[in-house]
Design a protein. Sequence first.
Length: 69
Amino acid sequence: MSIQGFSTVDRVEIAPDESEEELKEKADTLSRADEIRNFNAFHGSWVYEIEERFVEKLELRKADLVEGA
């Protein structure tokens, strides 16, 4: 098994009239995206071996885990 983070954020646009709160949210979003890129760069080539008894849980899909999905 290999593990990797996922983010759709590549860049954000900033308008001159944005509030401090909006700017902080965008900065936080960019920080998280950067953390994900760093995580993937460091862990991307790692392969983890797990016991067979855990494989079944990892094969679940979102619909299996979320009620009403």
